[in-house]
Design a protein around this ligand. Structure first.
Ligand code: PAF
Length: 280
């Protein structure tokens, strides 16, 4: 596996593949890799000739009170994992390489769907994500890019942006990787204390319980209220418990697919999860 830290050296590394018209698969990450990320790489390996993974902790997607400075940076361990799953090129640029010295005056802002769910409590977060992913798409020029469904809203934002800006890139969503007890894998799980880690799977349990209740025709509002009550009782501080369509529209027809979304804090750690409930 090659590791490149500049745009110029990445271009040089990818040039033979581009000339030979090989397909390039791209997995953007912020590092601290777990099985969820590695599943994205495995999927990319299946569909593309050459796989590029980026590791870049993007400062402009973190709010002033978020964990940018403390975000786990584990480049050496990540490189080893990526080499083991057959990543071809790791792109690990510095903040200077990505944003330079001059003020940044351009941002990619994706409307409405960035204002619901996480967008309400993380002002500017999705503008930061859309902007950096746009830059990375221009730099890597992939044929296909892979994103986890754990960040369902992020995936929807990227799909929308890719369509709106006519990027010639296929976007593939990869199912959530879970620990044996159901907890969705996330770099932030590492912040949990032992006790919090034992409580955290209740998020997924409440999603699967909610699905069962919906299939028994329990009213949606009742199901959402019960998730909120149970998680609050278990010690979570709820950010949102909501149901939307897969495209993040309001749910107004109840026999169509819906996605149940939860964001909740355990101590200082904010966890998110979701479950697609198929009715079709
Ligand atoms: O999901 C992430 O890790 C980040 O939001 C992404 C897509 C790599 C952009 O920084």
């Amino acid at each position: 596996m090659k590791t490149e830290t500049t745009i110029q050296s990445l271009n040089a590394a990818l040039s033979p593949a581009r000339l030979a018209r090989k397909t390039i698969g791209f997995v953007p990450t912020m590092g601290n890799l777990h099985q969820g990320h590695l599943n994205l790489v495995r999927e990319a390996k299946k569909l593309c000739d050459v796989v590029v993974v980026s590791i870049f902790v993007n400062p402009i997607q973190f709010g002033p009170n978020e964990d940018f400075d403390n975000y786990p940076r584990t480049l050496e361990a990540d490189s080893q994992l990526l080499a083991e799953v057959g990543c071809d090129v790791l792109f690990a640029p510095s903040v200077q390489q990505m944003y330079g010295d001059l003020p940044r005056r351009t941002a990619v802002v994706v409307g409405e769907i960035t204002e619901v769910l996480c967008g309400r409590s993380r002002a500017g977060h999705f503008d930061g994500v859309a902007t950096v992913v746009t830059k990375l798409f221009h730099i890597v020029q992939p044929d296909t890019a892979f994103f986890g469904q754990k960040d369902w809203q992020q995936l929807a934002v990227i799909r929308q942006m890719t369509r709106d800006l006519s990027f010639p890139i296929d976007i593939v969503g990869v199912p959530i990787a879970r620990a044996e007890d159901g907890l969705a894998l996330s770099s932030r799980n590492g912040y949990l204390t032992d006790l919090q880690r034992k409580v955290a799977p209740k998020i997924y349990q409440s999603l699967t319980d909610a699905e069962k209740a919906l299939r028994k025709k329990t009213q949606l509002a009742e199901v959402l209220a019960s998730i909120e009550a149970n998680l609050t009782k278990a010690g979570f501080e709820i950010d949102y418990v909501e149901a939307l369509t897969p495209d993040l529209e309001a749910v107004n027809v109840f026999d169509r697919d819906i996605v149940l979304f939860i964001a909740a804090k355990l101590g200082n750690t904010r966890l998110i999860d979701n479950l697609l409930v198929k009715f079709a």
